[in-house]
Design a protein around this ligand. Structure first.
Ligand SMILES: Nc1ncnc2c1ncn2[C@@H]1O[C@H](COP(=O)(O)OP(=O)(O)OP(=O)(O)O)[C@@H](O)[C@H]1O
Ligand SMILES: [Mg+2]
Length: 499
């Protein structure tokens, strides 16, 4: 009796132990029939515990008439050994880790299977997520031509590297790199010390960026080094390296190009100065020659007309003076961008220019009319330059009317308010006008339609007007001829002078 009570107690204890196991544990006979199952099995399947005994395992778990191909119990029945597998239960969408252990009799034949199933759905999902994120990280690291690697913090041996680094070593050093390789194995002797110094600096100071020229001086790399941390422990040093050789080369080429351009600009400024001087000196030199010829004629008369000769000599001196002023001021403007600005009355500029051109106007039989709005404010300007601009425009106007009969050679010079703060000066002729397709080009240097023309008059005029903060433009008249118009910022008239 006592013994019977003991057995009963033992059986209860065993059952309690069996039921305490969280995994679904079953004992199967060789025909996959359930001999015993714990409560975890019943609750996993959602059936009462006593309905399990006698049912077939594959029927209950998979709803099938025979065990699956990958069933570990089937394998254990065949191999007489422990077998395990991950099994998917479709009906529940659950992954189980199933272990099947054969129960052997004294003769070594299988009398049953202990079938233990553990729900690993969450673990598997977490593992998949990890695998996925590792795959993404790998793809990220491989998606660049840059070199990415890390080394251990002691020997500086390679821990991980991407294809970028692998290819670089393959191509440039003919080395097939492998994890564990140290600077001594990877690099020429001369540069190992430098690389160790880089790694040590990253360990000592933290992240930094540096440029590295390879010992053969054929490549320039931009490196970014950082210690790799796990918690407080440094487990490596990462390096991101970019080959910037091509970039440096093109930067150098760009620099050279800049230097060449700057040189070309200096040369062309010199050319501009020469051409501008040639252009602007033409008029005073011509006047000097004409006057010298006239003086010679006067000296040949008897008695020599000394008084007139003296006045001609004064004119020659004036023209000479003007020529040297033109040279000085043009040089100053083109070389140092300097203007001698003073307040000027525009009507005086016009009168003086007309006076300068007096003999030319007379010999070309041109009539010149000057129209100035009263009460114009003064402008700030360089007298000689503004006179040269007006002179260029008037000479162009006269040129354009060369083919006209004398009575149709009329030049009008107008000065008026463009608006309150701007004074406008216009030179209108009755000449052949400017073909529409050339209107935008006439201010370009060396653009000329004249046989003897340099094509510099308008280019110089535009430079001068712009230096004064003004603008210049051209249009054809409604009637015959063209009008060239420039504007200058007005000075507000000093008090008491207004009106
Ligand atoms: N008033 C005008 N009427 C018609 N065409 C003009 C007029 N002014 C300028 N042009 C055109 O613009 C061109 C450029 O003028 P610009 O004064 O710059 O040079 P240019 O007179 O030809 O030569 P130069 O350097 O001797 O002055 C002229 O060749 C001419 O075709
Ligand atoms: Mg001209």
């Amino acid at each position: 009796m006592n013994q019977a009570t003991d057995y009963l107690a033992m059986a209860r204890e065993w059952q309690a132990t069996f039921d305490a196991i969280q995994d679904a544990v079953m004992i199967l006979d060789p025909d996959y029939r359930i001999v015993r199952a714990n409560t975890a099995t019943a609750s996993f399947l959602g059936v009462p515990p006593d309905s399990l005994v006698g049912a077939r395992c594959h029927q209950l778990f998979h709803g099938k008439d025979c065990p699956n191909e990958g069933c570990p119990s089937r394998a254990a029945l065949r191999s007489n050994r422990h077998e395990e597998a991950e099994v998917f239960i479709e009906a529940k969408g659950v992954w189980l880790h199933v272990s099947s252990d054969p129960i052997l009799d004294a003769a070594g034949s299988v009398t049953g299977i202990v079938h233990t199933a553990r729900d690993i759905t969450e673990r598997k999902a977490a593992r998949n997520a990890l695998i996925e994120s590792q795959a993404q990280l790998l793809a990220l690291v491989e998606s660049t031509l840059d070199m990415i690697w890390c080394v251990d913090p002691k020997r500086f041996g390679l821990m991980m590297f991407n294809t970028g680094l692998k290819d670089y070593f393959q191509q440039h050093r003919g080395i097939q790199i492998e994890p564990g390789m140290t600077p001594d194995q990877l690099l020429p002797k001369r540069s190992t010390a430098q690389w160790r110094a880089f790694y040590r600096r990253a360990l000592r100071e933290g992240p930094f960026v540096t440029e590295y020229v390879t010992t053969s001086e054929t490549h320039v790399l931009l490196l970014s080094l950082s210690p790799l941390m796990r918690g407080a422990e440094v487990f490596g040093i990462s390096v991101f390296g970019r080959d910037i050789t091509a970039l440096r080369k093109s930067e150098n080429q760009l620099q050279q190009l800049h230097e060449r351009l700057a040189h070309a600009a200096r040369v062309s400024a010199l050319g501009q100065l020469t051409s501008a001087l040639a252009h602007e000196l033409n008029q005073p030199l011509g006047a000097i020659l004409t006057n010298a010829d006239a003086a010679e004629l006067l000296l040949q008369s008897t008695p020599p007309a000394l008084k007139e000769v003296r006045s001609i000599l004064a004119d020659i001196r004036k023209d000479n003076q003007r020529a040297s002023e033109v040279i000085q001021r043009l040089r100053r403007l083109l070389k140092r961008r300097e203007l001698q600005m003073v307040p000027l009355r525009i009507e005086e500029i016009i009168q003086e220019t007309v006076a300068l051109l007096r003999s030319e106007i007379a010999s070309r039989k041109v009539s010149v009319r000057v129209e100035v709005t009263t009460g114009l404010p003064p402008v700030a300007g360089d007298r000689v330059h503004l006179e040269q601009v007006l002179l260029n425009l008037m000479v162009n106007g006269m040129d354009a009317m060369d083919a006209n009969p004398p009575e149709a050679r009329r030049l009008v010079v107008r000065a008026s308010h463009s608006d309150e703060r701007t004074v406008a000066v216009e030179v209108s002729d009755c000449g052949h006008g400017i073909p529409a397709d050339q209107l935008s080009r006439i201010f370009d240097p060396f653009h000329s339609t004249k046989r003897e023309g340099l094509g510099m008059g308008l280019a110089i005029s535009r430079t001068l007007i712009q230096a004064h903060g003004g603008g210049i433009e051209a249009h054809n008249n409604r009637g015959p001829g063209a009008t060239l118009r420039f504007t200058l910022p007005a000075l507000s008239a000093p008090e008491g002078e207004a009106g």
